[in-house]
Design a protein around this ligand. Structure first.
Ligand code: DGY
Length: 329
């Protein structure tokens, strides 16, 4: 019986490729460059599975190129780059990589928040530019973290991991906004309190955005929401570009409507709104919240587990649209 063919659309560790090659005939793009749509379309023909990342847009048009595709495995927890509904309609399973990146991503989000509040990267730029001449009382005064109010927009796994860091490590008061309040056994040990969105904006000293992207949350933080925040507040976005209105944020920072911000994700990334590059009170990183060697390896292996299970009669550990599996039984 011929082995299933798969496309690995992005560079993966050689050990992972070897693992996949034990099960499949693998067409691998080991150049670590984004395949353009034409190339992707051509290389998807005849493939039963595809391994992608959050960079490849997998929409209905691309599905049209797939004659035999059964599974799209993304090495990411977020899957807003995939038209899941269209995949489901075509009987294509979508899988992602939740859990394995939760703690690393929470570490990074918390670190970004601290860097913004304590002006760490701004201070480093100042020092490197040779502008440090003497110690002064107010040199790079920032905002405290400990004992302050941590606001979390999107209290899923990563939001809860950030809440743990804030409440248990830094004595922060935690408020959050989610579609639904958390069960008491999760919220109570953290002292986490559900509030409506405008209360969150008004009361948070440090707001972290972790809500998954969907059209419903596009620009959920724009000029009106930023206007509600304290002038001493910080905002950190590790969710997805488009959740925060980047232009409105740049303006709020320029006007010192809020004290500082930190972004790991951008609208239209890897392009970055030029206005954000012009303001000093912002920390900017290139979508690396889950980027540690251990976590990236775990993500890649989970993406491979999903592909292998889906195409060899097993049960994929983390399906996004499990109804496709149910329909196949
Ligand atoms: C994720 O896993 O969704 C990260 O943002 C990397 O794309």
């Amino acid at each position: 019986m011929p082995r299933p063919e798969i496309l690995v659309a992005r560079y993966v560790l050689p050990e992972l490729l070897t693992r996949l090659q034990e099960h499949f005939d693998v067409d691998a793009n080991q150049e670590d460059r984004l395949l353009d749509r034409r190339e992707l379309c051509a290389r998807l023909k005849g493939k039963a599975g595809v391994f992608i990342t959050s960079n490849e847009r997998f929409d209905a048009e691309l599905i049209g190129c797939c004659t035999d595709l059964a599974v799209v495995s993304t090495m990411a927890v977020g899957y807003n780059n995939i038209d899941v509904m269209a995949c489901t309609e075509h009987g294509i399973l979508v899988t992602n990589t939740p859990d394995v990146l939760t703690e690393s991503t929470a570490d990074f989000g918390f670190g970004l928040m601290m860097a913004a509040a304590r002006r760490i990267t701004e201070s480093e730029r100042f020092l490197r530019a040779g502008e440090w001449t003497h110690w002064t009382y107010s040199l790079m005064n920032g905002q405290d973290i400990h004992g302050k109010t941590l606001g979390i927009l999107g209290m899923g796994r990563i939001g809860q991991a950030i809440a743990r860091r804030g409440a248990l490590g830094f004595g922060m008061k935690v408020i959050y906004h989610n579609r639904n309040p958390l069960p008491a056994d999760i919220a109570d040990p953290l002292g986490a309190r559900w509030v409506d969105k405008s209360t969150l904006m008004k009361q948070a000293d440090h707001l972290i955005v972790v809500v998954p992207y969907s059209a419903a949350v596009h620009h959920i933080i724009g000029a009106d929401e930023l206007a509600l925040m304290k002038p001493t507040a910080t905002l950190t976005n590790i969710a997805r570009g488009g959740v925060v209105d980047d232009a409105a944020l740049a303006e709020a920072l320029k006007q010192r409507r809020i004290a500082a911000a930190a972004l790991d994700v951008y609208e239209g990334e890897p392009k970055v709104n030029a206005a954000l590059l012009d303001v000093p009170n912002i920390v900017l990183t290139p979508h690396i919240a889950s980027a540690t060697g251990d976590t990236r390896r775990a993500m890649a292996n989970l993406a491979a587990d999903n592909l292998i299970a889906a195409l060899t009669g097993g049960t994929p550990p983390t399906p996004v649209n499990p109804e496709v599996l149910a329909a196949a039984v």
